[in-house]
Design a protein around this ligand. Structure first.
Ligand code: NDP
Ligand code: 2IT
Length: 443
């Protein structure tokens, strides 16, 4: 049996209850086949794949907190410190009721290769909680964040593990967590990224994942004889990634016609009014169903998904497994030329395979959404040198990083005779650096 199949078979038995983790590992390992086969004896002996798929450590903890009525609640906190071969653990925190160990492990595993692709010295980690922030007051959010850090602070630090945001965790939550960390540790180290601009945050971090997604997409389109200008774009999600992806797409001359949240989706044939979406989502923390109050001609749907709309480019920016095979078929039938993932693992494996087979350009999230964590690493650099760079400076570095990532993927895919297969390119390029660092550092 091949080394990859042996490792996958063992993981399937051991982690049968972790479907998202198994999906992420399978997607990476299967596309590494030519690299592993070329070094099979060495990697087998060093148990390299076993070491890469078993986290360095997993921290699970109780998070008790008090709501505004005095009721005590208990949630579970997670931090999976997956791999620090190339730098301190780095990755976001997700607060969503669906969070469990499988989801945090899949995200942490993806993060290893994503962070490697940025070219910056950051390892892979991820954390979060099954806490549901929806409908909670500021005071309740603060109580939860403080309690979460009361335990997590023991395990993080600027050279150890640097968390940031993800679903349900933005500037407000990072501020509360940083404040409590500082109180408990008595130092002002850059232990979080995505901080407020008045206390060590970096310009462009808020926009970085969405902007980076478009810089990557633009590079991929250009290499294949296309351009963003004049394109019709379907975006899913209406959170941090989706909003700034839509903004940059519009700046590059495209028309964004859809967005979604966990209840429904909007179609605005004239082009999404982003100021309205920002007011609904960023200011009121409300529902997209309100969008038709701002734009009466737009449609609001609670059935189906945005992928049924005719578009040239699809940008899934909400959550994992939100673009299925039937959606891929609808996109292809409607003449879509490119799918670029803003979210982590939003496209199912069969949908990815279908899109690639149809010749649709496909950008995997671990490459195309790496702009967020890359800018986090730039925030760490600014904190270390006690300086703040201008918006233009950070934005230029972000664009450069995303274009470099595209070039790395393209090169890795070509080296192994898989030109245009950016999934394989991302996994191979991300893996090569981590593998080399791991082997160099011994057992
Ligand atoms: P936000 O919490 O800001 O927004 C998430 C959006 O996705 C919201 O519109 C939300 O709807 C929707 N959503 C969340 N869960 C579901 C679900 N189960 N079904 C349908 N819709 C859902 O998160 P981000 O924008 O930060 O994250 C979006 C994706 O991008 C995630 O996959 C994340 O891991 C990934 N990512 C984020 C980065 C970052 O820097 N923030 C960096 C790289 C990747 P609602 O408004 O109803 O909650
Ligand atoms: O998935 C991701 O890359 C993030 N949520 C951002 C992580 C970070 O440390 O900025």
């Amino acid at each position: 049996m091949s080394y990859i199949n042996k490792v996958l078979d063992n993981l399937k038995v051991k982690f049968a209850d972790q479907p998202e983790f198994l999906q992420a590992v399978q997607e990476v390992l299967l596309s590494l086949t030519p690299v592993i086969e070329a070094n099979e004896e060495q990697y087998r002996k060093a148990a390299l794949l076993e070491r890469l798929t078993e986290p360095d450590r997993q921290i699970l903890f109780r998070v008790p907190w008090v709501d505004d009525k005095g009721q005590v609640h208990v949630n579970t906190g997670y931090r999976v410190q997956f791999n620090n071969a190339i730098g301190p653990y780095k990755g976001g925190l997700r607060f969503h009721p669906s969070v469990n160990l499988s989801i945090i492990k899949f995200l942490g595993f993806e993060q290893i290769f994503k962070n490697s692709l940025t070219g910056l010295p950051i390892g892979g980690g991820k954390g979060g909680s099954d806490f549901d922030p929806k409908g909670r007051s500021d005071n309740e959010i603060m109580n939860f964040c403080h309690s979460f850090i009361n335990e997590l602070h023991k395990y993080i630090g600027p050279d150890r593990d640097v968390p940031a945001g993800d679903i349900g965790v933005g500037g407000r939550e990072v501020g509360y967590m940083f404040g409590q960390y500082k109180k408990l540790n008595g130092n002002y180290g850059g232990v979080f990224t995505g901080k407020g601009l008045t206390f060590g945050g970096s310009l462009v971090r808020t926009e970085a994942t969405g902007y980076g997604l478009l810089y990557f997409t633009q590079a991929m389109l250009k290499a294949n004889g296309h351009d963003m200008s004049g394109k019709v774009v379907a975006v899913s999600g209406s959170g941090n990634v989706a909003i700034y992806a839509a903004q940059k797409a519009m700046q590059l001359g495209a028309k964004v016609v859809t967005m979604s949240d966990s209840i429904g989706w909007i179609y605005d044939a004239e082009g999404i009014d982003l100021a309205a979406v920002k007011e609904i989502k960023e200011v009121k923390r409300g529902r997209l169903s309100d969008y038709t109050n701002y734009r009466p001609n737009a449609e609001y749907h609670t059935e189906g998904r945005v992928w049924s709309v005719k578009c040239d480019i699809a940008l899934p920016c909400a959550t994992q497994n939100e673009l299925h095979l039937e959606d891929a078929k609808a996109l292809a039938a409607n003449g879509c030329i490119a799918v670029a993932e803003g979210a982590n693992m939003p496209t199912t494996m069969d949908a990815t395979a279908y899109l690639q087979k149809q010749g649709i350009l496909f950008a995997p999230g671990k490459a195309s959404n790496a702009g967020g964590v890359a800018t986090s690493a730039l925030e760490m650099s600014q904190n270390s040198e006690r300086l703040s760079w201008s918006f233009e400076e950070v934005d230029a570095k972000l664009k450069d990083i995303m274009e470099n990532i595209f070039a790395k993927l393209d090169d890795a895919a070509r080296r192994y005779g898989m030109e245009g297969n950016y999934v394989a390119g991302a996994n191979i390029a991300g893996f090569e650096k981590v593998a080399q660092a791991t082997l160099s550092q011994g057992i």
